[in-house]
Design a protein around this ligand. Structure first.
Ligand SMILES: [Zn+2]
Length: 270
């Protein structure tokens, strides 16, 4: 199979790519890692971000024996996002826990005393986790947004107390780092990382609600339902040429109220 075609995106460009692309693989979990090496000190102006993607790919193929670069996505200190192994292809992120997962490698060494995460990098990591949650209908909770450190080498989760009491020891890497948004425990993720993702999701939701499209009903009678699908009850009907505001869309259905669950089939709007 051909090797992955890499792309480097700004966070906003990547968001556009994500919104406009349909993926066939079902995603149930977002893995967060740090690369450890390369780290911030590896980077130099003469070797761009693409160089480091190629370098990691070469290492993963030749030293680890994998078919391609391990991760689906790489985040950089600049705040850019590298699309690596296609999202439709299972990554090699956490041995035994890759099925249904998307793997983010955050470039740097975020163990305590090493790289100080830049502000753009921090923003991008939060933003990326937020837009992936929105795309794949996930929440920033320990079951769905995970750290490598929480899984043993067979891909089984350590008991939560083992992770939180720092008893993992050398049974697993410290990945994504003992200073990653506080540290690498579940307690820390819940206190320092997940709330940032949740508030970013809320912010993005509000932005999309303010971007209202005005549409016209193009069929004689249009059913307004309580949810995005024909299995939801009909609340009322609206007639041809009625103007409606669309607040959000999902799977061919448009939400026409900002305050109530009122949905219509998008094809009957133009
Ligand atoms: Zn890792």
């Amino acid at each position: 199979m051909a090797l992955a075609q890499f792309h480097i995106y700004t966070p906003q460009e990547f968001q556009q790519y994500l919104v406009n692309t349909v993926f066939s693989r079902s995603i149930k979990m977002i893995q967060n890692h740090h690369t450890w090496e390369p780290n911030y000190s590896s980077l130099s102006p003469s070797q761009g971000e693409m160089y480091w993607l190629e370098s990691m790919r070469s290492y993963h193929i030749h030293n680890n024996g994998w078919s391609d670069i391990a991760q689906n996505l790489t985040t950089f200190p600049s705040g850019n996002i590298g699309l690596c192994r296609p999202i439709n292809i299972t990554p090699a992120g956490i041995f035994g826990a890759n099925s249904g997962a998307i793997c983010i490698e955050n470039l740097g060494n975020f163990d305590a005393g090493h790289d100080q995460m830049t502000l753009p990098h921090k923003d991008t990591i939060v933003f990326l986790n937020a837009i992936l949650c929105m795309k794949f209908d996930l929440k920033p909770v320990k079951e769905q947004v995970v750290y490598h450190h929480w899984f043993d080498r067979s891909g089984k989760r350590f008991p939560e107390s083992v992770v939180n009491n720092n008893q993992v020891g050398n049974q697993q890497k410290t990945c994504p780092g003992t200073a990653f948004f506080g540290n690498n425990t579940i307690t820390s993720a819940e206190a320092n990382f997940f709330p940032l993702i949740a508030s970013r999701i809320k912010q993005l939701d509000e932005t999309s609600i303010s971007q209202i499209a005005s549409m016209i009903v193009n069929t004689d009678v249009l059913n307004v339902r309580s949810g995005p699908g024909t299995s939801y009850p009909i609340l009322r009907t609206i007639t041809q040429d009625t103007q409606v505001a669309v607040y959000t869309t999902t799977n061919q259905w448009s939400k026409i109220s900002n305050t109530a669950d009122e949905w219509v089939f998008s094809s009957y709007l133009s």
